[in-house]
Ligand binder design. Sequence first.
Ligand code: M6R
Length: 610
Amino acid sequence: MCGIVGYIGDKKAPPLLIDALKKLEYRGYDSSGVGIVVPGDGNIVLRKAHGKIQNLQNLLRSKPFPDSSLGISHTRWATHGVPNKVNAHPHRDCTGKILIVHNGIIENYESLKAALQKKGHKFVSDTDTEVIAHLIESHYKKDLLAAVQKTIKQLKGAFALGVICSDHPDTLIAARIGSPLIIGLGKNENFIASDVPAILEHTRKVIYLKDGQMAKLSKDNVEVFTFAGKSVKPKIDKVTFSLDAVQKQGYAHFMLKEMHEQSDVLKQMVQKRIKGNTFHLEELSTLDKELKNITNIIIVACGTAYHAGLVGKYVIEALSGIPVTVDVSSEFRYRNPIVGKKTLVMAVSQSGETADTLAAIKEAKAKGAKIVSICNVIGSSIARESDGVLYTHAGPEIGVASTKAYTAQLCMFYLIAAKLGVVRGVVAKKDIDNVIQALKHIPALYKKMLKTKNAIARVARSNAHFGCFLFLGRNVNYPSAMEGALKLKEISYIPAEGYAAGEMKHGPIALIDEYRAVVCIAPESDTYEKMISNIQEIRSRKGKVIAIATEGDEAIKKHATHVLYVPKTHKLLTPLLVALPLQLIAYYISVKRGCDVDQPRNLAKSVTVE
Ligand code: M6R
């Protein structure tokens, strides 16, 4: 949800700020802008453009920046004010001296704006962000840090900020609460950014600024303070993932690359976690006592992570007998949920920054629950807020459509379910072992399935003209159907619904005719025959059926229009396998329809606003 970058150092800031910003474009792509301080005359120069960063680059070809070694840049996902050039960041104060970029939402901006307008401040945009620039102006008495400090005290909401001022060509100010911000430490240069990929080309030494912290950067120094002004000794982390991880490496899209990476991500997970007949989740060992005594589990998550949580419910209940409910985070936090001291709340989030999930776990914590999270991004807000974190280590996921993070979350749920199963001891150990042993084979099966991608592409392309899709699954693959539908709608804009197949007769069957395609997830399972009946009901109403079935199932060919096969595995693990053809169907349909696969309209990778 918006990406920000700031640079101070010996290099030319403008091209660097644009390049770094492009690495954050997954966070929002409604409009973008760069502002710099020109050394010598101390002027501020600002360039903004509506739409993607490419438009800003085009503008800079006709109106290049003068040299500068201090600047800030922003790529926007609009919250307040339509996406256009005026509402694009950076924003400035009345004097034009102070420039800011912001990620987050200022909840009390209307009252602040009214008060500032009364004092004569002139606003040009419809954004909440602009109040910050004017507030800093109102407090500014030559000390920029002090003015930002006073401003922050008046703001309610979430923000990550970058601030520069033409009076201070050697200073970049940063602050955060609720929205992510890192500081990159270089040689004669320092950076701020919303995420690591932006600065990875320049440095691997980073400070993950914590909530309630701010920093003053010069080219050769970084000082960190609390909002109250107390000096803090920051922890310096070393980023371990490679630059390749944030580049397409020859793939047409990040999504395609990330789908291919799944076999390695899963391999690394099972190799790390399963050794022979034993498996390891040391991160939870401090919670062993609580896990023995918990009465129920509530999983909170959004979007694809929510679907992973739904699979988690089936698997945890099957292996441990602990009742699980799964809640969309934004529902959980506003419905006064019943959370006891013996409730374990699990948060699932790729980014670890999703505002609703973060708020949900804060709510649960306040009610006395222990929090365990499954996150991908190290040191993220949700991870820090949790009592135990299980990192999926899937590497950076750049495509807005979540793929490898999802299958890594599923893999983690199998391990957690097995751990809970062993702790609780209500399911036979051999049944748990069967799942764990089958999990070890999944990475190799992924490799095998990827070899069939051309066949999946053909089926996807030949169905890309349908105006509506239904995805049906049963039991542990009901969430797979929801995930398949979400993938398709978000990157191809085709209306798609994911349903429990048993519910088809209760409404969705009315949609079926020769113009609809139905993806039926029908691997070997206890409900296979029921799925075959569903397929027949669809075919007798002229609907087209793409069936996803287990290798060797020849019989299904006489029912379905197309059949895509996945290898045989333990029935609880089938969501892991069917995920790939579902992702590939969405991908190839999106490409065929000429959609923007990696940056679908209106979306952003991490949703850090409510
Ligand atoms: O970072 P998170 O896992 O918390 O994100 C949750 C959702 O915003 C995310 O899964 C979203 O639904 C994806 N675009 C789905 O592909």
